[in-house]
Design a protein. Structure first.
Length: 307
């Protein structure tokens, strides 16, 4: 049985793990004043964080820590800056220091869990999320992050329970974040074979955030699971309009076209996917797509023309 016959889709869930400042509200440090105290450097670090200058913020927090070794908020915010530049090992180290100096700091546990998740330390991330929940049981982020980690461990029912808890705590006015939770709960349900409820979740995610390509992609996968290949094509097409440079969506639509018997459309999508994978240097995906193109081409019947 070839890969076209198996019709295996890859589900996409771009995880949104929420970071928060743990300091008091920041205010601008007057540029005419030369920072001299730990608090001055700290405030300047916060200001740079708010402007997206994470490297500069790290330097300011370092100066603050040099003057005040037990400055828990400086460690915690530097952890956040490291998270934003994807330096997860240093983020973990700083959050650990923040926790050592301030054991009741729920944000430090939450952010350390994010760094651990990003490094694939899912059990450690869950442990930190649970600490954050114990300290702040009304914070939806910890439930959501624990759900993401449980899903990564293929504990889908536990993930669904966590997503439900997150939904019970999140303000309904926060539509994009609500959409993320519904999208991820739909993925967990799809992995458990609950296609009907997965579709309901993807529909709700789209109602809440109609410009997020992920929910259309995932709904297309759910259509394919139920052998509704026309529906799959429609959803993958909507996903492509919103994100035209994702090779996996072209692959998925190409396979759906193949199952509908539209071989030329299938090959066109697969060729486009191969171009994207090749351009990005994704060698494994590129070679798999070329193999898939050969398979589809090999299944096109020859037409004999009689003169």
């Amino acid at each position: 049985m070839n890969c076209c016959d198996r019709f295996v889709f890859s589900f996409i869930s771009v995880v949104i793990l929420i970071f928060s400042f743990v300091s008091a509200p920041a205010y601008s440090l007057t540029t005419s004043i030369i920072p001299t105290t730990a608090e001055d450097f700290f405030k300047l670090g916060i200001e740079k964080m708010l402007h997206g200058n994470y490297q500069g913020a790290i330097q300011e927090f370092q100066l603050a820590i040099q003057q005040k070794q037990d400055f828990a908020a400086a460690y915690s915010n530097r952890c956040l800056a490291y998270l934003n530049i994807q330096d997860y090992q240093n983020a973990i180290a700083d959050c650990t220091q923040a926790i050592n100096f301030s054991p009741q700091n729920a944000e430090a546990y939450l952010n350390r869990g994010v760094a651990e998740y990003r490094l694939g330390y899912y059990e450690a991330a869950i442990a930190d999320d649970e600490q954050a929940i114990a300290l702040k049981p009304s914070d939806f982020r910890a439930y959501y992050n624990r759900g993401i980690a449980n899903a990564s461990l293929e504990k889908y029912q536990q993930a669904i329970t966590d997503y439900n808890l997150a939904l019970s705590q999140i303000p309904y006015t926060d539509s994009p974040l609500l959409a993320d939770i519904y999208n991820d709960r739909g993925l967990a349900r799809l992995e458990l074979g609950d296609i009907e409820n997965a579709m309901l979740d993807f529909n709700q995610a789209i109602r809440l955030n109609a410009v997020d390509y992920r929910a259309y992609f995932n709904r297309g996968c759910a259509c394919a699971r139920s052998e509704d290949y026309s529906g799959a094509v429609n959803n993958f097409t909507k996903a492509i309009r919103l994100n035209p440079s994702d090779g996996s969506t072209y692959v998925s639509r190409g396979i759906a076209f193949h199952r509908l018997g539209y071989e030329q459309a299938a090959i066109a999508d697969l060729l486009k996917a191969a171009d994207y994978f090749g351009y990005r240097g994704e060698k494994f995906a590129y070679e798999k797509t070329l193999s898939l193109i050969k398979t589809v081409q090999g299944q096109i019947p020859f037409k004999v023309v009689v003169a």
